[in-house]
Design a protein. Structure first.
Length: 213
């Protein structure tokens, strides 16, 4: 793989058309979602605390339903073409999710894209107790998934971030080029971090094809 460039892509609300993590919380733990999501988006509690409190309130018996629910989630247009383009030019496509690995894989497998992705970094979950117990091998003091730690594992001259929300702020600040949509644009405006707005992966593919010519 060409290590001079790497693309780091968020999952929920970026690869998927809806923020699937929010959808899961609203479906399986609506009270916790209503109480905690606004606080998370206002950055009044850490992402790490928010994940543990929300996922930790879902009975483990619902876990198979969650994975089944995820497998039917639609993806944003152009993803397959974008990944094929990156594979052709030998640029790694790394999925970095603030949620759970199994949720990411459920979607990618349903689209037959798992084999085309360079790597997936996300959290895990213990389902052997009454309630889900999320855990992460790459968490920090404030983040359930420390996306910048993932970025540090790749030596590249150009690191590109694609995201949409609060879990993508630090990744975007550390990137050389950012594609932002939805809430992430507002956060980056506040941080005075330049970004390219986008709606689908066709736009990103065309932008990078022109930039890399």
């Amino acid at each position: 793989m060409n290590s001079s460039r790497v693309v780091f892509c968020d999952f929920d609300g970026t690869i998927t058309t809806q923020d699937t993590f929010i959808s899961v919380l609203e479906k399986f733990t609506p009270d916790a979602a209503a109480r905690l999501l606004p606080v998370i988006f206002r950055r009044e509690i850490s992402l790490k605390a928010g994940i543990h409190q929300t996922l930790g309130s879902i009975p483990a018996i619902h876990y198979p339903e969650i994975i089944e629910f995820m497998s039917h989630q639609p993806i944003r247009p152009g993803l397959r073409e974008f990944i094929d383009f990156l594979n052709d030019v030998e640029v790694p496509f790394v999925v970095v999710s603030g949620g759970l690995t199994a949720m990411v894989k459920a979607v990618l497998e349903s689209q037959q894209l798992t084999e085309k992705v360079t790597a997936i970094y996300a959290g895990e979950v213990d389902t052997t107790t009454e309630f889900l117990r999320p855990y992460s091998m790459i968490e920090s003091e404030t983040e359930f998934i420390a996306k910048t730690r993932v970025m540090e594992q790749y030596q590249a001259q150009e690191k590109i971030a694609i995201g949409d929300s609060v879990t993508d702020i630090n990744m975007s600040l550390a990137a050389d080029l950012v594609f932002a949509r939805d809430r992430l644009m507002q956060y980056l405006d506040t941080e005075n971090k330049p970004y390219v707005p986008w709606q689908d992966f066709f736009e990103i593919k065309d932008y990078l094809a022109t930039r890399w010519q």
